[in-house]
Write a protein that binds this ligand. Structure first.
Ligand code: PLP
Length: 398
């Protein structure tokens, strides 16, 4: 039955991890992986998350199903974390379902879009996270791209982006990264969010916000300022939330998908469709990760501890950006590396030619996907000089 299936090429990002693992070089560096790393190369579970997990395990008396929408307290708390005081104001208009991580949330959104408006088109940034197109497109929804990144200035190609969005037909869906744009690290500023909100409102466009890094850019509030602006102004908004990075819950697959609808009746109808969509794909979401995140958010002491740990992770990433930019500038004073410090989150694009990226992986044993996206959290005090030397050696290769 399956004999006609050909073996597929590895996923571009997961393939980098596999190549890194195979490499026997003791000085190899992995800048490809999409997870936070501490100074020792570990991806820790925040202490507050472990504490919440211990408490839950001690109390848990049953493993019965959680229900199609998942953990209702989690759904409420995680949307409140994203939308702040607006969450209360919009409660009647919001339908939320717990999902299998942020990917599950994105897919749930695409499935609902496809069911409700099969002809709608989702416009994603160019470039965007490598899994957006497969994940959304596999639901059957059509995808197009809008200009986002200006390689020459290593910033948002804002005029082109806005001009493009301003020409989209009413009802088009625009996927926006709330913060820490993956893979470029360049985010919209407050004025730019306002201008985007104006155009979305004026042209009856629908924002679909991917919130995978709340708290990873600047802080838990600043990172969602743009999202909140859109939620306050637009009649309809789709929101995919991931708890993988900020709670360190990667493998527990905790996330949520919410729609803020035009009115309460539509939100109630959407909730039934969310439940049915989940039921048809996997029936019920897993409990553990969402229950942990809810516990952290509900318990004031755990929440405070978690926020402090998250702030420390962000401070480390910013410090690594400064560190690497400084070491590169010391080697190539003729080149500007300050863009590294202006970008946000874990990722930046090196902006080197394909031959240079191939040489980094093959000759220098410094791994990253073919687009040259580096994860700053893979840099450390111990390897920064080695990384800077390697990058310097391949700059200019074509
Ligand atoms: C931009 C973006 N969206 C969504 C996700 C999905 O995260 P999750 O691991 O929770 O499915 C990621 C994960 O890397 C991401 O980078």
């Amino acid at each position: 039955m399956f004999g006609n299936l050909e073996t597929l090429a590895p996923d571009p990002i997961l393939g980098v991890t596999a190549a890194f693992r195979r490499d026997p070089d003791p000085t190899k560096v992995d800048l490809g992986v999409g997870v936070y790393r501490d100074e020792y190369g570990n991806t820790p579970v925040p202490a507050a998350v472990r504490e919440a997990e211990r408490a839950l395990l001690a109390e848990q008396r049953t493993k019965v199903y959680v229900g199609p929408a998942g953990n209702l307290e989690f759904n409420e708390r995680i949307v409140a974390l994203a939308l702040g005081p607006l969450a209360g104001q919009l409660r009647e208009r919001t339908a939320t379902i717990q999902t299998v991580g942020g990917c599950g949330a994105l897919r749930m959104g695409a499935e609902l879009l496809h069911a409700a408006a099969p002809d709608s088109v989702v416009h994603v940034s160019d470039p965007t996270w490598a899994n957006h197109e497969p994940l959304l497109g596999n639901s059957g929804i059509a995808l197009e791209r809008y200009p986002y990144y200006e390689p020459a200035t290593r910033s948002v190609a804002f005029d082109r982006m806005l001009g493009h969005i301003d020409r989209l037909p009413a009802g088009a869906v625009v996927l926006l990264h709330a913060c820490c744009h993956n893979p470029t690290g360049v985010d919209l500023g407050p004025e730019q969010w306002r201008a985007v909100a104006d155009v979305l409102e004026r042209r009856n466009l629908v924002p679909f916000v991917d919130l995978a890094y709340q708290g990873f850019g600047d802080d838990l509030e600043a990172d969602v300022a743009g999202l909140r602006l859109l939620a306050a102004r637009l009649p309809t908004l789709l929101l995919a939330i991931s708890c993988s990075k900020n709670f360190g819950l990667y493998r527990e697959r905790a996330g949520a998908f919410a729609i803020v609808a035009e009115n309460a009746a539509t939100a109630r109808a959407i909730a039934t469709h969310q439940a049915r969509t989940g039921r048809r794909m996997y029936s019920m979401p897993p409990d553990h990760g969402a229950a942990i995140a809810a516990r952290v958010l509900v318990d004031p002491a755990l929440r405070q501890a978690w926020e402090a740990e998250l702030a420390a992770m962000v401070a480390r990433m910013k410090q690594l950006r400064t560190l690497l930019a400084g070491r590169l500038a010391a080697r190539r004073p003729d080149l500007d590396f300050s863009w590294l410090t202006r970008q946000r989150g874990m990722f930046s694009l090196l902006g080197l030619a394909p031959a240079a990226i191939t040489a980094l992986c093959g000759e220098e044993h410094v791994y990253m996907p073919p687009d040259g996206r580096i994860n700053l959290a893979g840099v450390s005090d111990a390897n920064v000089d080695r990384v800077a030397d390697s990058i310097t050696r391949v700059i200019g290769r074509r």
